[in-house]
Design a protein. Structure first.
Lengths: 448, 310
């Protein structure tokens, strides 16, 4: 259904090859595609409008770099501007000079506040802090219990006082923290609508009473156009210090990240990437920019590839691919190169034309280390000719790599599928097909 | 950058105030139909999360209608556009009840959309209709999810069948069906853990729950309700498609319409999978559940946020 943005742009710019400067007309046409892509990614329409205007202004009249096509040149500008808008990485909690550090989590219903209270607590605990979680959601059934269960799981104390007024619970929790020598207090609050004056007032009261060092808005990455209204209302009322973007392990493009950043100016500090308590990571604005832009971000790929990839190796790989001599050894080699470039899934998505084929492929980064171990336990012959690997060899490899026979079998099957896919890809002709006549068929994406 | 944010913020505040008003003016004031008007309508649709493609398609059809009906006044447009939306949303379909024995309703969706709350509301609704309802605590994963459903069970005065946290949800479904048989209940509403539709193993688990239900009662589950959060953007399309594939969704519950989000994404969903919206959630209370009325929904898409009423 979606076509990668850069594929679209490449189409748009096919006719313009070799032109020296980007004209107003070229850019306008390209901006139409950019606008569509951003809207499809759920970036707020007003944010898109301003953004597109800004990019356009910058792009018109620019020289097209020799090494790039006009389409790539535009994507480059778009990407740079997106990165600028997303800001740098700021995954830290301000620690108060005088403990305790008070963190207040706020947001809409169902955004993931309670889960993230626990995730933050665990993270801080690992950093040597002594957190306390405070149950200020007195409304949702079993919200207190949920926090208590999580607290037990991660061995972090939970302060609860039933359905006493949240502001009183918050105040009392500070005394408790002081008496127990706890140095971080994380307050979970009830989900509320940004237009609910009474409940927004409740947060205001908590803020005015306990003076949190950090007020974090918890936002579901799947949020649509309304993200700006929500973020703006919470920010205006409370003065946010940062944002936690949750459920990024889904397949949403996550344009809400951009919307929220644009209206609040607050950094997105952390990303929730799973239901488990350790599924919290630093937010990477650069990865997010690529994700929002969609599949086939050729430019980032090229840039990253330039850094991490050895040109010659890429050429060799391209040859092998074309002749379908790609072995497990090459696979291993490539995996190592890829690892330098960021998460595998996002890299694969950047390969033009790959997006669609890979849509159903599940990539688990943790499995990658297993895959590595398995291939390393094979002989060179086996890596070249996986058909050699029958049951007894599978057993040996599994033992050598500390994995199971099933896992070895699965890898072999996947590799076979991958070869098939690549064959198909090579046969059908990738995006480079027929463009220059000289280079028919599949062009390995890392090669220039 | 600060300048940009400030500018944007100002712009947004202004737009929010003015935009709907403007559309209102555009549609009611004496104004000729022009390109700008079409663009504004398209924008209104996009702002409601209908999605670019759906918005363009709808406005495209609107243009055709205008031509065919030889309309020239802007104020006639709103009605036509709403008609088109209602048509897209399809007929209101009543809930499929079992002809004999208990009706089984399975409730699915991603995390935090309002499944458990909706189940509480549904239990209350059907109990008030005089039905004997049993709830199944099928979310055995999230901390205290079972307790949450039990609170709703008390509120709606319905029995909750549960096992321990971490138990097999298919086993809970099985237990609930047995309980419904022995107690001669009219209905079982089954909660499930929230799961992202791209997690293959969790979707397989759901498939298994459904298989157990099918095996126990031919023709069941009679309804598989997908709960969608109105605040969700275009990802709801993926949710609808994948839950449909795995669990055979029969209808949508659109929650959190008491906020400022319009839930326009259900328009887009109709283009992908035909799934009628059956209920809407308009609050956290037991009575905050309403049947979905396409015409009201289409109207609300163009209403000022403070005025969203159902
Ligand atoms: N404002 C509002 N909140 C809702 C609505 N439906 C559910 N919620 C809230 O959304 C949050 C998540 O609901 P829950 O039922 O636990 O979601 P689940 O994870 O899908 O079972 C809770 O705080 C509910 O009170 C609704 O229609 N309007
Ligand atoms: Mg639930």
């Amino acid at each position: 259904m979606f076509q990668g943005l850069s594929e679209k742009l490449q189409e748009t710019f096919k006719r313009l090859r070799g032109k020296g400067k980007l004209t107003e007309a070229d850019v306008s046409e390209a901006m139409r595609e950019v606008r569509m892509a951003l809207l499809e990614a759920d970036v707020n329409y007003k944010v898109v409008k301003d953004f597109v205007a800004k990019v356009k202004e910058r792009a018109v009249g620019q020289e097209v770099l020799e090494s790039l096509s006009p389409g790539q040149q535009v994507v480059k500008i778009v990407h740079e501007e997106l990165m600028a808008l997303m800001g740098g990485q700021e995954a830290k909690i301000e620690i108060a000079s005088k403990p305790p550090t008070i963190i207040l989590l706020v947001g809409l219903q169902g955004a993931g506040k309670t889960t993230h209270a626990a995730k933050l607590a665990q993270m801080l605990k690992k950093q040597g802090k002594h957190p306390l979680m405070v149950a200020c959601d007195i409304y949702r059934p079993a919200a207190i219990k949920q926090l208590q269960v999580l607290g037990e799981q991660i061995k972090v104390p939970v302060f609860a006082q039933g359905d006493r007024l949240p502001v009183d619970i918050a105040t009392a929790s500070l005394q408790h923290a002081a008496s127990q020598g706890l140095d971080v207090v994380i307050m979970d609050t009830a989900g509320r609508l940004h237009i609910n004056e009474e409940l927004m007032g409740e947060l205001q009261a908590i803020k005015d009473t306990v003076h949190p060092h950090e007020i974090l808005l918890v936002v579901d990455a799947m949020t649509g156009q309304d993200a700006v209204n929500v973020a703006e209302a919470f920010h205006n009322q409370l003065g946010l210090g940062g944002v936690i973007l949750t459920k990024l392990d889904g397949d949403t493009r996550g344009g809400a990240a951009l919307s929220v950043k644009a209206v609040t100016g607050c950094p997105i500090k952390f990303a929730g990437i799973g239901e488990k308590i350790d599924a919290l990571e630093a937010f990477h604005p650069d990865r997010m920019a690529s994700r929002i832009l969609g599949m086939g971000d050729v430019l980032t790929l090229i840039e990253k590839a330039q850094q991490a990839f050895d040109e010659k190796k890429a050429k060799e790989m391209e040859q092998k691919l074309r002749k379908q001599e790609f072995s497990l050894d090459d696979f291993l080699d490539q995996m190592q190169q890829l690892k330098k470039m960021g998460p595998l899934s996002s890299i694969l998505e950047m390969i033009p034309g790959m997006g669609k084929q890979l849509k159903d492929v599940q990539i688990n980064e943790k499995d990658m280390s297993h895959v590595e171990a398995i291939i390393r336990s094979m002989t060179l012959d086996e890596r070249r000719k996986p058909v050699l690997i029958k049951d007894s060899r599978k057993k040996r490899i599994a033992k050598g790599s500390g994995t199971s026979v099933q896992e070895v079998g699965r890898l072999l099957k996947q590799f076979e599928q991958m070869q098939k896919m690549m064959k198909q890809f090579a046969g059908a002709g990738g995006p480079g097909k027929g463009k220059k006549g000289k280079k028919p068929g599949f062009r390995f994406p890392f090669a220039r | 950058m600060a300048g940009f944010f400030a500018q944007l913020k100002q712009g947004l505040a202004k737009t929010r105030q003015n935009f709907v008003q403007k559309v209102e003016e555009l549609l009611t004031g004496h104004r000729k139909i022009d390109e700008e008007l079409y663009e504004e309508l398209e924008e209104a649709l996009i702002r409601s999360d209908a999605g670019v493609n759906t918005a363009m398609a709808l406005v495209g059809r609107l243009r055709k209608e205008v031509k065919a009906r030889k309309l020239s006044e802007a104020e006639e447009l709103r009605g036509v556009l709403q008609e088109l939306m209602v048509e897209l949303l399809g007929e209101e379909k009543p809930t499929n009840l079992a002809a004999e024995g208990p009706t089984i309703i399975l409730v699915v969706g991603v995390n935090g959309v309002g499944k458990t709350t909706t189940i509480g509301k549904l239990a209350n609704y059907y109990r008030q209709e005089g039905k004997k309802v049993i709830l199944a605590a099928g979310d055995t994963f999230r901390a205290a999810a079972i307790d949450q459903l039990e609170v709703w069970g008390q509120r709606a005065q319905t029995e909750v069948i549960k096992q321990r946290e971490g138990a097999d949800p298919a086993a809970v479904a099985f237990d609930a069906i047995q309980a419904a048989r022995s107690r001669q209940a009219d209905m079982v509403i089954m909660d499930t853990a929230g799961r992202l539709h791209n997690k293959v193993n969790l979707m397989e688990e759901l498939r298994k729950v459904k298989r157990v239900i099918e095996r126990e009662i031919p023709g069941a589950p009679h309804e598989v309700l997908l709960v969608l959060d109105a605040t969700t953007g275009q990802n709801a399309l993926q949710q609808a498609k994948l839950f449909q594939e795995v669990a055979g969704v029969t209808g949508i519950v659109l929650t959190k319409l008491d906020g400022t989000a319009k839930g326009g994404v259900v328009l887009g969903i109709q283009g992908e999978v035909k799934l009628s919206v059956k209920w809407i959630g308009v609050g956290e209370g037991m009575d905050d559940l309403r049947p979905f009325v396409p015409r009201d929904f289409a109207e609300a898409l163009f209403e000022r946020s403070e005025e969203v009423e159902t």
